[in-house]
Design a protein around this ligand. Structure first.
Ligand SMILES: CC(C)(COP(=O)(O)OP(=O)(O)OC[C@H]1O[C@@H](n2cnc3c(N)ncnc32)[C@H](O)[C@@H]1OP(=O)(O)O)[C@@H](O)C(=O)NCCC(=O)NCCS
Length: 176
């Protein structure tokens, strides 16, 4: 069940203000564990900008939406979503991150449900995500959230160790 104290806000990435970006960077700094685990340097304001610009050819910030989750009015989680990726009727979640101090309280679930609801309302067939195969708790989260169709795997090396990025899809007609 999703905590009634969680509020979800959606903002076009082009509509984000400096203060929004600062707030998101602050959350990323609190969740620096994730960047270490995925072999990335510690988050900075510049790396947030770089992540927002790290898009496949043909896409721009105009195709991205930021989802922010507030628990008791504090930014607790966020997701970057790219509309129309892989095929026209799919959105993809590029990153989903929750404050480590507040994990396990269904903030992640609330964000995913908001993305799925919006994608369904926009006529999408599916939502996708790329998950690193060695991150077992993260994988378990996505499978539990209905991302049960594996569509591809590509190799990745993290800190000298071989892993894979597994692309999973959730079909929106199905209920979880
Ligand atoms: C994965 C993540 C977004 C889930 O958010 P959340 O708000 O804790 O999720 P929920 O409360 O809805 O669900 C909890 C489940 O998330 C998963 N989870 C993954 N990592 C976790 C962590 N460090 N702490 C708690 N739960 C975690 C587990 O499956 C957990 O279920 P369990 O308690 O039965 O093991 C969050 O743990 C996170 O930010 N992790 C680091 C970043 C990441 O892996 N993002 C996804 C890849 S882009």
């Amino acid at each position: 069940m999703i905590d009634a104290g969680i509020a979800i806000e959606r903002t076009e990435v082009l509509g984000l203000k400096e203060s929004d970006l600062f707030e998101i960077h602050d959350l990323r700094s609190r969740a620096a564990d994730f960047f270490t685990e995925t072999g990335d340097p510690p988050p900075t304001p510049e790396s947030l900008q770089a992540d927002l610009d790290d898009l496949p050819d043909g896409y721009s910030r105009a195709d991205e939406v930021m989802y922010r989750a507030y628990l008791d009015d504090r930014l607790t989680g966020y997701a970057e979503v790219l509309r129309g990726f892989a095929h026209e009727r799919q959105w993809i979640i590029g990153i989903l991150l929750v404050d480590p101090a507040l994990r396990g309280r269904a903030v992640g679930r609330a964000v995913v449900e908001a993305v799925a609801d919006d994608a369904r309302a926009a006529g999408m067939e599916s939502v996708a995500v790329g998950v690193i195969s060695t991150r077992e708790r993260s994988l378990a989260f996505w499978v539990r959230e209905g991302f049960t169709t594996e569509v591809s795997r590509r190799p990745i090396v993290i800190e000298g160790l071989e892993a894979e990025v597994v692309r999973l899809e959730r079909h929106l007609a199905e209920t979880v």
